[in-house]
Design a protein around this ligand. Sequence first.
Ligand code: MV4
Length: 510
Amino acid sequence: MFNKVLIANRGEIALRVIRACQELGIRTVAVYSEADVHAPHVREADEAVLIGPPPSSESYLRGEKIIEAANLTKAEAIHPGYGFLSEREWFARAVRGAGIVWIGPPAEAIAALGSKTAARTLAVANGVPVVPGTTEPLADLKEAESLAEKFGYPVLLKAAAGGGGKGMRVVPSPKELAGSLDAARREAKSAFGDGAIYLEKFVARPRHVEIQVLADVHGKVLSLGERECSVQRRHQKMIEEAPSVAVSPALRKKMGETAVRVARAAGYVNAGTCEFLLDSGGSFYFLEMNTRLQVEHPVTELVTGIDLVQWQLRIAAGERLPFEQGEISPHGWSIECRITSEDASNNFLPSTGRIQHLHLPSGPGVRWDGGVESGSEIGLYYDPMLAKLIVWGADREQAVTRMRRALVDLIIQGVETSRDFHIRVMDDDEFRRGAIDIQWLERRLTSILERRPPEESVRVAAITAALLAERDRRARLVTIGSGGASPYANGRDVALEPWKQTARVEGLRG
Ligand code: MV4
């Protein structure tokens, strides 16, 4: 095993990797930008190297500086986490070229799966089901018209170089095709520098189900089962779970074998994820393979009992996977909520400021993968995801109930967060039934935000008001400001009745 590993990332995932290293007796090197001088990942690592100014283009994306930091500290391997340089073929190659072990798939596998059309071609060549459509970029409008006719409307235009839904257009009927093709090309060209577009039949109301795989250098490739990732907004996942209510043991086996086939065909090594669309009839279609550890990996860890990050390290060090496929099956249920510094009630507007107070949830089956602490300054340089709250329960109902309880336990003051939004989702009937698909959140958002605030928030608002009344015994009306006890109380008038030691928050009952 390695003596020392450099973690080329920040925030919760840097801490997650540091913890895995600590448990394996590996020394750790953090890298950090000028914005992260006081960040927890810098303090928790054994050593840390400053790599540049706050913008990631001048720090966390500067591969050559990171390799220099690894050489300087004599780190033998680099773990990229997710995002930043994790899926850059050139960086994986440069790390290997510098004689450093890359804790991820070979550069060749990243290349083979990096382009969506290349991944689609690889899938088709290996008998893996994909959505009916083309694998070659569309030459012109005429070709698009005849292909759309062949597969049947609605069709979906996708950017070959795409990701995150950029350059994607649903085309309901022939008359919208020309305009949509132009728009998709323009968007793809400006986002990826490549205007190549291909076409698929549009799958209505599918679920996004992905399969986690682990592959060692000795040719063993295993499926660790599925994650349900349908609760997302604008291609940002918000809630993930394992297993999926829509996946039976037979379907899990079939999807798992399919994911393993893709991984084998690509010469895959280390942890990776195959994304599928699953339709209401139980048919599934391969979309793409993510060649990195994913944000939502903990739900798989909690239902399989397999530490994915430790296995990434062991695989990179040449160890053999000691499990057999038949021994791997999900036990219980796990749910993850992404805690972001976004104000859900204000169109998910990013919120900035200092975390004044942080109270972490705890208790049975509760896991907090966080990258912030009291005093952390939340700016706009990096991703708004502050932490992930993950729970395990014996079944889905217990997991949902436990997640709600843990969210109520969680207090973050100083910045707006997605915490209250998640409480409302846990209270939603359709979510509780698992009746979700990739468009569910967008359809349901208004009614979720209109829900009565969680009663706990009303209580906290009332307590805040009572404390304000205590402080100023002559006050009769107080407006609770932003970053206060509860976003539901922010900006609301509070009528104080200090002589009764009570307060009424206008527009809130409780
Ligand atoms: C689709 C689709 C429906 N039909 N392909 C979105 C991003 C990219 N990973 C693939 N995506 C989709 N491809 C066909 N033929 C719907 C989506 C899609 C989606 C997929 C997964 C997770 C979230 C999504 C949100 C909107 C659309």
